[in-house]
Design a protein around this ligand. Structure first.
Ligand code: UD1
Ligand code: CA
Length: 461
């Protein structure tokens, strides 16, 4: 097996994005463009991955800090794609094998295409193999100029003659290079072109002059090598990624009421017979069980839902766990670090933060439960508030099993309501309540008999 060295070019500014954010850090379905390209590279199990960074180098490096298998080189000035690849020379010179050159802004490329590229390159014993595609509207891409059927050179849009502009076979910007002659040949790439840049595609003509073999491999679906240069292209490619994910989900037995308005990030997992209603967003590392129902307008981020969970409309769940058979929403907000136990009910306008609700417990209306541990079979009445913040620190509320918290209770943390405690409605609770006890913390009501009649009879001043 030939040794594979991947080099990814990602130093360009991405001027047409009109963005403060480096182009390759723009995202599609939960992953940055560069992360998508690197995931494709990973699949080849390469001997090395080198990322050429420049514009926004620190941000790009920072976003990939958890990746141990990527080495970075900085291209201080972006003098062109040929110059960019030359920056990898110190890291690769003296090694042997094949360089797979990828572009940080081509996120749909598949590892199967790269395997075919490597196969063609090896079989042809080529010095370079260019991945090409046929595009009915090739505007903006480098064109593949052939003589007697063989690739002779690549001409950029801006340097192309009217006749060359009509060529529909384009350069994807993805190549395989034999490492041995590569950097020597790159030294002879010049800048006499419309943009005054060192063009990597010029290697094709250089190799042909040197009588080296240059091969091509044409992708079946041209969409796969679409580069992202503008926000419009970002949106178009995003839509393609979403559609593909949705088709995979439906093939696996998930019902999408309206795939066009269903937004599921690439790594999300959903069990069979789950029904997803329109305008639902499932993001990050979210996992949803089987036979769940997620109603319209909900957003679930980095969370795990068990089987048969019903998420009613306009509910937001973030970094939390919701166990089997529970009901949440409509209009519930489950904030990070929360856990909703099996068969629990979280109703409208209930907010949980770092709170666990035990099995079968209910908070059905208008409550804020923060930094709390709530046991099983407990009922939290409408309007209950855990006062977890004293202006300086957060404090914990502990509520046992089978507790009844009456409506409009104010629980001043730190506080514990032991198993079976009963809190009278409207209480402000500042002391722990023992097991089975009634806690009442409100002004005693006084009734004045006949008061209305007496007031009516009073002579007015
Ligand atoms: C390039 C190709 C073109 C091909 C197209 C496919 C050249 C000259 N042209 O054009 O033939 O059809 O890709 O998408 O190569 N980059 C650097 N440093 C630089 C310049 C660019 O790292 O100095 C990086 C960019 O960040 C980007 C990639 O190289 O990831 C491609 O550069 P870009 O400017 O987008 O090239 P295109 O004009 O699209
Ligand atoms: Ca590009």
């Amino acid at each position: 097996m030939v040794e594979i060295h991947v080099v990814v070019l990602a130093a360009g500014k991405g001027t047409r994005m009109k963005s403060q954010v480096p182009k390759v850090l723009h995202g599609i379905s939960g992953f940055s463009l560069i992360e998508r390209v690197l995931r494709t590279a990973d699949a080849l199990a390469p001997a090395s991955i080198t990322l050429v960074v420049g514009h926004g180098a620190d941000e790009v490096k920072g976003s990939l800090s958890s990746r141990a298998n990527v080495q970075f080189v900085v291209q201080e000035q972006q003098l062109g794609t040929g110059h960019a690849l030359l920056q990898a020379r110190p890291l690769l010179e003296g090694k042997s094998g094949v360089v797979i050159l990828l572009s940080g802004d081509v996120p749909l490329l598949t590892s199967n295409t790269l395997r075919s590229l490597i196969e063609t390159h090896t079989q042809c014993e080529a010095a370079a193999t260019v991945v090409t595609a046929n595009m009915p509207r090739p505007f903006g891409y480098g064109r593949i100029v052939r003589t007697n059927g063989r690739i002779a050179k690549i001409v950029e849009e801006r340097d192309a003659s009217p006749a060359q502009k009509k060529i529909t076979e384009i350069n994807s910007g993805i190549y395989a290079f034999d490492l041995a002659p590569l950097f020597g040949a790159l030294d002879s790439v010049g800048t006499s072109n419309n943009q005054g840049e060192y063009y990597l595609p010029d290697l094709v003509a250089i190799y042909r002059k040197q009588k080296r073999t240059v091969a091509t491999w044409t992708v079946e679906h041209a969409e796969e090598i679409r580069g992202i240069n503008s926000r419009t292209e970002l949106a178009e490619v995003s839509a393609m990624v979403r559609q593909q994910k949705n088709e995979e989900l439906m093939a696996a037995g998930v019902t999408l009421i309206d795939p066009a308005t269903t937004y599921v990030d690439s790594d999300v997992v959903i069990g069979a017979d789950t029904v997803i209603h329109p305008c639902v967003f499932l993001e990050g590392s979210t996992k949803i069980g089987a036979a769940c129902e997620i109603h319209a307008g909900s957003r679930i981020v980095n969370s795990t839902l068990g089987d048969r969970v019903c998420v009613r409309n306009h509910t937001v769940v973030t970094d939390s766990t919701v166990e089997a058979g529970s009901f949440i929403g409509p209009f519930a907000h489950i904030r990070p670090g929360s856990q909703v136990g099996e068969g629990a009910h979280i109703g409208n306008f209930v907010e949980l933060k770092k709170t666990s609700m035990g099995k079968g417990s209910k908070a059905n209306h208008l409550a804020y439960l923060g930094d709390s541990t709530i046991g099983a079979a407990t009922n939290v009445g409408a309007g209950t508030i855990t006062c977890n913040y004293d202006g300086e620190k957060k404090h914990q509320t502990t509520i046992g099993d089978n507790v009844f918290v009456g409506s409009n209770s104010t629980l001043v943390a730190p506080i514990t309501l032991a198993d079976g405690a009963y809190i009278a409605a409207g209480s402000t609770v500042t002391k722990d309540v023992p097991a089975g006890a009634l806690g009442v913390g409100r002004a005693r009501q006084e009734n004045k008999d006949g008061w209305r009649e007496k007031r009516r009879q009073k002579p007015s001043a």
